[in-house]
Design a protein around this ligand. Structure first.
Ligand SMILES: [Zn+2]
Length: 212
């Protein structure tokens, strides 16, 4: 998942982060400030989760003297975990808000949500398990990515908390209007809901029995 779109050599002169963010699909990500990455407090515990942690960190900071597929894979994983922590900080939330306002995360595919902008979300905190999904604040549902490039972006870049903290922080961005429900009709008439009728009938019967 983390390595699906990696290409070697093409951006060798570029800083690692710039090159990484320019890969297709990674337009969803924001650039984590170097100061955040260099502050070891922010990276607490990540050395337990990322193999070859020190080399991976050096690669991200363009201070590496060694390189290999394995180390690149570690660097990508480390950046994903750092990104997940960054986007729930006040600065990270601000960066993501700017991207949201520009519509960079796409829109809810549900017709009755009327092109409501969405935000990225993960269904698991574990890396390499599942790709990013998109959360719509109107219908409060999550959706598969529409772009095949986004299918290659691991959900771990955002984690399961970000989307909900985002709308808790910027509650003014939550649509006030409740989502419209789709009403199936045949020749303009609502379809008879047999199940709902049965439930109502049963409830009535129970009530009458209780009153006896
Ligand atoms: Zn929606």
């Amino acid at each position: 998942m983390l390595s699906s779109s990696y290409s070697y050599g093409s951006f060798s002169e570029m800083p690692w982060v710039t090159s990484f963010l320019s890969e297709r699909g990674n337009d969803l990500l924001c650039e984590v400030p170097v100061e955040f990455i260099e502050d070891s407090f922010n990276l607490t515990g990540l050395d337990q989760q990322v193999p070859y942690y020190d080399d991976a960190l050096d690669i991200i900071l363009d201070e590496s003297t060694v390189d290999s597929d394995v180390l690149q894979e570690s660097a990508r994983l480390l950046y994903a975990l750092i990104h997940q922590r960054y986007v729930i900080t006040p600065y990270g939330l601000g960066d993501m808000k700017r991207k949201y306002k520009r519509g960079e995360f796409g829109k809810c595919p549900r017709v009755l949500c009327n092109h409501q902008p969405s935000v990225p979300v993960a269904v698991t905190q574990k890396p390499g398990k599942d790709c990013v999904r998109f959360f719509c604040p109107r219908c409060k549902n999550i959706y598969f990515p529409k772009s095949r490039y986004h299918e290659g972006v691991d959900g771990v870049f955002f984690g399961t908390t970000f989307a909900h903290l985002f709308f808790m922080t910027y509650s003014d961005l939550i649509p006030q209007e409740p989502p419209h429900e789709y009403v199936p009709r045949i020749f303009g008439f609502r379809i008879f809901d047999e199940e709902a009728y049965k439930r109502r009938h049963e409830a009535k019967a129970i009530k009458m029995k209780e009153e006896d």
